[in-house]
Design a protein around this ligand. Structure first.
Ligand code: 4FV
Length: 252
């Protein structure tokens, strides 16, 4: 997978890509990352990349020409490159969108700054707009980094075993079950017996149930989207039963 990042701050991508899983994926040639400084495509004497908004108003807008030249230059090398603009106005990013992006061979990630890009960039070059959340960043670079990280770990060979991506939260749109490791007892808090039992049937049942309990408690919106098996529906019934009893006991 090739990632071309269009940014005014290419150095922001240096250290995150020198660590851990992403660094190894680059070494193994599973991903290629190229940062492209938009200022290099501003051919006027002062390499101007932004200007005041037509119609007045606060802030600056990123000019269309440097972005157009950069994307046309990349597309002249690889016409199938898919251009993603990171913006609060984009589709809310989720695991499903990431899985779709991970099937592509070449992503161009356009990082906005200031008030964003001239609208004609959208009209003429952008294939998909993505938001990493309903909040405002100083720039799209961190959002692009999120996409690079979350897409790369879905690529075969990037994670230790591809199995683990399949057990992700959200992979089946449930939150993950509680995790424990040594010591089996800490400050009087013990690890649930079932996890020490070696009874894998009981362990996976417990994990399923706790994933359902946590999702029901924290993200009921996800539960409604999850296509639960009969077994899971039964577990959910048990959870609600247990809550009834608990509430009954606590008289709330
Ligand atoms: C953003 C987001 C984001 C908006 C103004 C950059 C900033 C500045 N990008 N998801 N949320 N971008 O806040 O993707 O141009």
């Amino acid at each position: 997978m090739k990632f071309d990042i269009l940014t005014l701050f290419p150095k922001m991508f240096v250290s995150p890509l020198e660590e851990s899983i992403l660094a190894r994926a680059i070494e193994k040639g599973l991903i290629q990352i190229r940062t492209i400084n938009l200022r290099d495509f501003a051919w006027d004497k002062h390499h101007v990349v932004d200007d005041t908004p037509y119609g007045g108003g606060q802030g600056m807008v990123m000019k269309v020409e440097p972005i157009a030249r950069a994307i046309e230059w990349i597309k002249s090398q690889d016409p199938v490159a898919w251009t993603v603009y990171l913006t609060p106005q984009g589709k809310p990013l989720n695991q499903e969108i990431l899985q779709q992006l991970s099937l592509r061979s070449h992503l161009i990630l356009l990082c906005g700054r200031y008030e964003g890009v001239d609208e004609r960039v959208r009209d003429l070059y952008v294939d998909e707009e993505i938001s990493i959340g309903d909040y405002v960043l100083t720039g799209g670079e961190l959002a692009a980094m999120v996409v690079i990280d979350a897409v790369s770990r879905l690529l075969p060979g990037v994670l230790g075993s591809d199995r683990s991506a399949k057990e992700d939260s959200f992979f089946n749109s449930l939150l993950e079950y509680p995790q424990y490791t040594r010591p089996s007892e800490f400050r009087g808090v013990s690890v649930p017996e079932v996890l020490l039992s070696g009874n894998h049937e009981a362990i996976s049942r417990w994990r399923r149930k706790e994933a359902l309990r946590r999702t029901a408690l924290r993200r009921p919106d996800l539960l409604s989207k999850a296509n639960l098996s009969e077994e899971e529906k039964k577990l959910l019934g048990e959870i609600f039963q247990e809550n009834q009893v608990k509430e009954g006991r606590d008289g709330v």
